[in-house]
Design a protein around this ligand. Structure first.
Ligand code: ADP
Ligand code: MG
Length: 257
């Protein structure tokens, strides 16, 4: 049996939302529409729009309210960002028209924007790898930090982001005790997420969680990847981490011994 992969972000979100213990970690996520754009901008101020079947950060946009402090006559505008570009729209309808033209007929999701922590003014999020152990339990085996390129709204490596350790990224914000407690929480969330998805997808063996930490140090699951990259974990100073990742991946058949 091949290792189970699940491409649809929407399907995975629905399953995770049904698990009570995970619900607080899932940002409000809906199918993209003008109504949801209006409502969610009012609720959250910033929203992300992304393809249901996307990877590498391709097609990810953000939209937010924008006020020009130099020209108060422009009371409320909308700013759409994608890549390093941005555009301003005077009305919600024009913002929606531009988003619709970019996404075409494909299903896109709209998600509550998370105000991520930054490192030297660049946004960062974390990737947690969760794997099936040879004892058939779930274990969060590694973390890496992903730092967005300057001005970018996505942290993906393919979008110019760079890899750092979570200790270096979170060190400036947290005491060792606070770090340890957040670390434990993220490991637990990883295990619960994998176990929840595995109840439906029996041949799931590994997942990668994109975890954002907001300014209040609350953790959020931005998406769950079922074909997570393993190579970034090779760069960690602690070589035992990748050794274990590799050992588990060999056991369930992703890598050859
Ligand atoms: N709701 C959100 N709030 C803040 N940033 C987000 C949000 N959703 C996505 N991003 C940013 O965009 C990146 C790519 O989005 P993601 O949902 O992981 O799609 P992909 O499958 O293309 O990686 C994330 O790693 C994160 O940096
Ligand atoms: Mg991602």
């Amino acid at each position: 049996m091949p290792i189970q992969r699940v491409a649809s972000k929407w399907k995975k979100t629905i399953i995770l939302k049904h698990r009570e213990s995970l619900r607080p970690y899932i940002p409000d996520t809906r199918k993209y529409s003008l109504e949801h754009l209006k409502e969610m901008l009012e609720l959250y101020g910033t929203v992300y729009v992304k393809p249901d079947l996307g990877t590498y950060g391709i097609g990810v946009m953000s939209a937010e309210y924008w006020t020009d402090e130099l020209d108060p006559s422009l009371i409320r505008q909308y700013k759409l960002r994608y890549g390093i570009e941005s555009e301003l729209f005077p009305t919600l309808e024009e913002l929606h028209a531009s988003i619709s033209a970019k996404i075409g007929q494909k299903l896109n999701l709209i998600q509550q924007g998370i105000d991520m922590l930054t490192y030297r003014r660049r946004k960062f999020d974390l990737r947690a790898l969760v794997q099936l152990t040879p004892r058939r339990t779930w274990e969060t085996t590694g973390f890496i930090g992903r730092l967005a390129a300057p001005q970018k709204i996505i942290t993906n490596h393919h979008g110019g982001g760079s890899i750092m350790t979570i200790e270096d990224l979170l060190g400036p914000y947290l005491t060792p005790k606070e770090f340890a407690s957040l670390y434990k929480e993220m490991k637990n969330v990883g295990v619960h997420t994998a176990a929840t998805l595995a109840r439906k997808y029996r041949n799931l063996k590994e997942i990668g969680l994109d975890i954002a930490i907001d300014q209040g140090f609350k953790i959020w699951i931005l998406e769950v990847n079922t074909l997570p990259a393993l190579f970034p974990f090779k760069t960690l100073r602690n070589k035992d981490i990748y050794k274990k990742i590799r050992r588990y991946a060999v056991a369930y058949g992703r890598l050859k011994a």
